[in-house]
Design a protein around this ligand. Structure first.
Ligand code: FAD
Ligand code: NAP
Length: 455
């Protein structure tokens, strides 16, 4: 008799959890294991979404639904698939199909001199630090200089600028770990320079996020656009613009008229500036040299004129790339696993039983909700193929846990995660005014998750 279909989802971020929900809703009963290398679920919802975006984090109420009591979906946290964990070819022996939902967590580089200096970080590392990701507990960025440079014109650049410009008292009401809060308490940051290589009409910000920096207590936004906004946008260009871009332009035009005031901190939006090199002093970052650009025949071109921003910290928020998954084809250029409607392909041949969803499928763009339709598409491909996929060698659900143990891996179950979750809520109450406080150190996360053994 054929075994009950069993599917592993690798990655408990939004795309993996939307895939689990879609599998659970299928007419064919499917058993699903969701594996994540961390003891906590939710991927970038937990380790990317800014701590002060509390409402956004409430999406976890939807994402956790597949793990409701009695469900056919199991959480196996603290399980890395690939190097240093369970090899993919071993995992394949336990499932009909595997959905890879491991995201794109590698910071892209600018490729300019000085990028490797102390005090220069990618947004992946910097955001992970303030979000309490166990891999970045020790990043301890130096916030002892009044200047900071953030490169990029996407929402991540705005998140980083906003977190650095907010007073530490406001951040105390968020879930940032105590150690992060301590660093923010001692912050000397007064001027956050956001370096944007193109003009105001080209920013990737969403208006809601842009508006938020204008509403920060004790923070003034200053726009440096070399007069681009006051010259206005040609009617023909305006006609081609999305509503989002027009809303951004309206806000930026208003701010461009601001005179510097006596705010405690400032966020400077510097348009038409390309990073050229980082400056060093005493073995760490001391600033960034940028080249001023201009628009000629609709194209952004360098003028050869340089400008320097003094800074003790540089964060590049210029996007991410995926990581190759050993045993699967990889598209280096786009940083994704090649696929057709979620089916992994090697050239034009599908790789049987291998699927992708989320950022590793389509690249590092899109909000949380974008991953839902994406996961539904992948799961539809998988369910269409199910009758063609051979039974795995070890179809018994218990066999996976035994196999993991053979690799020295003790998975964190959903009940374990709920214990860690409860501990974080307790810490939030203890801090006062915070819904939760993250436990960031891996050993402490595991101890809280498995605290039953210590009672
Ligand atoms: C800094 C930042 C802030 C953002 N803020 C917002 C926001 O406010 N609102 C919004 O709508 N969108 C936001 N987004 C976008 C949103 O987070 C993404 O669209 C979404 O998280 C992508 O989902 P994913 O599941 O593909 O990847 P991820 O969320 O990255 O999840 C991948 C999961 O895979 C796990 N994993 C990776 N490798 C392995 C492995 N080898 N073995 C096992 N597990 C593995 C990881 O631990 C992780 O849990 C933000 C993105 C970033 C980078
Ligand atoms: N609140 C939210 O909803 C929220 C919060 C955070 C993230 N997100 C989403 O998550 C996704 C990722 O966000 P993101 O900010 O990482 O990416 P993004 O939106 O793609 O922005 C990347 C920015 O980096 C710039 N850039 C790239 N290479 C550069 C270089 N070499 N030099 C200078 N600038 C460079 C790009 O400029 P060019 O345009 O000139 O290439 C762009 O402005 C997005 O879809 C975003 O909307 C959403």
């Amino acid at each position: 008799m054929p075994a009950q279909p069993r599917v592993a989802v690798v990655g408990a971020g939004p795309s993996g959890l939307y895939a689990a929900a879609a599998l659970l809703a299928s007419e064919v009963p499917v058993d699903v294991d969701v594996l994540d290398r961390l003891p906590a679920p939710y991927g970038l919802v937990r380790y990317g979404v800014a701590p002060d975006h509390v409402k956004m984090k409430s999406v976890i109420r939807v994402l956790q639904k597949p793990f409701a009591d009695g469900s056919r979906v199991r959480f196996l946290g603290n399980v890395r698939v690939g190097e240093g964990g369970i090899p993919l070819e071993v995992l394949r022996e336990h499932y009909h199909a595997i959905v890879h939902a491991s995201g794109s967590s590698v910071d892209r580089a600018l490729g300019i001199p000085g990028e490797e200096l102390d005090g220069s970080h990618g947004s992946g590392a910097f955001v992970s630090w303030y979000c309490g990701h166990p891999d970045f507990v020790d990043l301890d960025p130096l916030l002892d200089h009044p200047g900071v440079v953030v490169v990029g014109a996407g929402n991540v650049a705005l998140d980083v600028a906003r977190v650095l410009a907010r007073g530490h008292a406001e951040m105390a009401g968020t879930d940032v770990p105590d150690r992060v809060l301590e660093t923010l308490r001692g912050s000397a940051v007064a001027d956050v320079h956001v370096v944007i290589r193109r003009g105001p009409e080209h920013v990737k910000f969403t208006p809601a996020e842009l508006r938020q920096i204008g509403e920060l207590e004790g923070v003034q936004v200053l726009v440096h656009d070399d007069g681009a906004l006051s010259r206005g946008t040609p009617e023909a260009v305006l006609d081609t613009m999305e509503r989002r871009q027009k809303q951004n332009l309206t806000m930026l035009t208003e701010w461009a008229g601001h005179e510097p005031g006596d705010a405690a901190r400032r966020i400077h939006l510097h348009f038409l500036r390309t990073p050229v090199r980082l400056l060093e002093e005493g073995g760490r970052v001391a600033g960034m040299v940028v080249e001023r650009n201009e628009v000629r025949d609709g194209k952004v071109v360098g003028t050869g004129q340089e400008e320097t921003f003094e800074a003790g910290l540089v964060v590049r928020a210029i996007g991410y790339s995926g990581e190759p998954i050993p045993g699967l084809p990889y598209d280096e250029r786009n940083g994704i696993v090649p696929n057709e409607a979620g089916r992994v392909v090697d050239g034009d041949r599908p790789v049987p039983g291998a699927y992708v969803t989320g950022w590793i499928k389509r690249g590092p763009t899109g909000v949380i909700g974008t991953n839902k339709g994406d996961a539904v598409e992948t799961v539809a491909s998988l369910l269409d193929d199910l009758h063609t996929l051979p039974d795995p060698e070890y179809p018994d659900p218990a066999s996976v846990v035994e196999r993991l143990e053979a690799y020295g891996i003790e998975p964190v179950t959903w009940t374990d995660w709920e214990r860690l979750d409860a501990e974080e809520l307790r810490l939030g109450e203890a801090r006062g005014g915070a819904e939760r406080v993250k436990v960031a150190e891996l050993g402490e996360m595991l101890a809280a998750a498995r605290s039953r053994t210590r009672v």
